[in-house]
Design a protein around this ligand. Structure first.
Ligand code: ADP
Length: 478
């Protein structure tokens, strides 16, 4: 069944089509080569025949001039017998188409005198022609005929049978037909072999794709290292698989983290409700429990909202209300927002924004991103530390920086802090979901900007938001 299907699908395969093309191109090019060769051989055979006839005519002409008609008559009979009367004939034609002398032409019964050629010869020019005479039902005899003037209006008509040349050309055709069949078969086999060899590697890609569709994301197409088209396709395919595998494992990690982070508030909500229901309580106690439940629900909602915001920003679907924004203004607004918390923690929060620096941004989203950086600075800086919001230009970038003199980030954690749900070892006990930097980065990327971080453990950290600077304008487009 499988075999029948394979045979039925064969004409649709690239290998089959390539093989046919290969064989057809081979057949056409060898036929053209044969035709050119064949025409050249025919030309050369005719050339040799014509030279022979002209040489003989020259001999006859000098004999007639030196020894007369009788001697010529004897010579043409002798010559015809020597070569075979069926192979050659001579006829001397006088005025009024009278036959003056002739060799034995019994084997040339159907040969006549062509008036047109005779006239041409009488005009002094040798006239050639190839004729075909029917000898029997199956047999045709081809011959080369020459009319050539001798003297006194006498014309020598000569005929030479082309039977031997015909046989030569016939065997030439037979040899070629056999050679053609061999060449086409070889071309077909060669084409099939080459196409199959090249496409076997495509089959490898197909079989890996099939394994993946069954759920195994670990399979990879083996590379030969030749760097050819198929190797490049395989390597691109493998890169794509690496990317998909990374995305799938990230998604798995995120789902696990969300599930993990949702479990604690839900357990707490359930616990509070259960305790409240165990016995009859006073109205204030019920109010307290409900307030606890609302606060846990808010935590859950904020977790869900932030996760959705990150996905929206990363997929490019976040709606941004872009305006010309003065980063100094953003820095000052954030400082005002966080000053009470900073004071409560005994931290010194200051803004260094001497000049106006503009960028195109959604002010609310930019505020959200920068607020997360300041929130972290407050969380990870011990009392009496300094937090500085700075605004500057770096090349053609407008930069909003947040520096602290806090705990800093160990170098091995730097590459991980922007991942969703990542929390540093020392931060796990504190508040937070590990989403603050992820959302900040997603927002800045959605603006076409970048976030850079520079940190030394024990000395502090500096986070910078870099956006393409906008030309200052007195009339803000907001
Ligand atoms: P969260 O603060 O909720 O843990 P974030 O995504 O905001 O999550 O930060 C990820 C991690 O990066 C933190 O857990 C912390 O280890 C580290 N981090 C971020 N900002 C700072 C900072 N200013 N100083 C020291 N560590 C920081």
């Amino acid at each position: 069944m499988f075999c029948v299907k394979r045979i039925r699908d064969l004409p649709r395969t690239i290998a089959f089509k390539l093989t046919i093309w290969y064989a057809v191109i081979f057949a056409i090019s060898s036929s053209i080569a044969f035709i050119v060769f064949y025409v050249m051989v025919i030309g050369s055979v005719h050339g040799q025949t014509d030279t022979y006839l002209l040489d003989k005519a020259e001999e006859m002409r000098s004999l007639l001039a030196s020894e007369g008609l009788k001697a010529l008559e004897g010579e043409i009979n002798r010559e015809a017998r020597a070569l075979g009367t069926k192979r050659v004939f001579f006829r001397l034609i006088g005025r009024d188409e009278r036959i003056l002398a002739s060799s034995d032409i019994s084997g040339w019964r159907r040969i006549g005198i062509d008036g047109g050629m005779l006239k041409m010869a009488l005009a002094g020019k040798p006239a050639f022609k190839t004729t075909s005479m029917i000898e029997s039902r199956q047999q045709h005899r081809r011959a080369r005929i020459l009319y050539i003037p001798l003297s006194d209006g006498m014309i020598l008509q000569m005929g030479l049978s082309l039977r031997n040349e015909g046989k030569l050309l016939e065997s030439f055709r037979e040899v070629f037909t056999t050679a053609m069949l061999i060449v086409i078969t070889m071309a077909g086999l060669g084409g099939w072999f080459l196409a199959h060899r090249a496409l076997r590697r495509v089959a490898d890609v197909t079989s890996v794709a099939r394994e993946i569709s069954k759920g195994s994301l670990k399979s990879r197409v083996p590379l030969t290292g030749t760097g050819d088209e198929i190797d490049r396709l395989a390597s691109t395919f493998n890169e794509m698989l690496d990317h998909i595998q990374k995305l799938v494992s990230e998604m798995r990690e995120i789902t696990d983290n969300i599930a993990h982070d949702m479990r604690s508030p839900i357990t707490r909500i359930r616990g509070s409700a259960e305790v409240a229901l165990m016995q009859e309580r006073r109205a204030e106690e019920y109010q307290e429990t409900l307030a606890e439940i609302i606060s846990e629900c808010d935590r859950l909602l904020s977790l869900i909202n932030v996760t959705l915001d990150i996905s929206e920003a990363e997929s490019g679907l976040m709606k941004l209300n872009m305006k010309r924004v003065d980063l100094s203004d953003i820095a000052r607004r954030i400082a005002e927002m966080f000053r009470p918390v900073a004071e409560e923690k005994g931290l010194n929060l200051q803004v260094k924004a001497e000049s106006e620096v503009y960028a195109m941004a959604d002010p609310n989203r930019l505020l959200q991103a920068a607020a997360n950086l300041v929130d972290n600075a407050l969380k990870y800086t011990p009392p009496e530390g300094d937090i500085t919001l700075s605004v500057d230009m770096e090349g053609d970038h407008a930069v909003l920086g947040v520096s602290d003199t806090g705990v800093g980030i160990p170098p091995e954690e730097i590459s991980r802090i922007f991942r969703r749900f990542y929390r540093g070892d020392r931060s796990r006990s504190g508040a937070g979901f590990g989403l603050g930097l992820s959302i900040a980065q997603a927002i800045v990327h959605a603006h076409g900007g970048e976030i850079h971080v520079d940190s030394s453990p024990g000395e502090g950290s500096t986070f910078k938001i870099l956006l393409k600077a906008a030309i200052p304008n007195n009339t803000s487009s907001g």
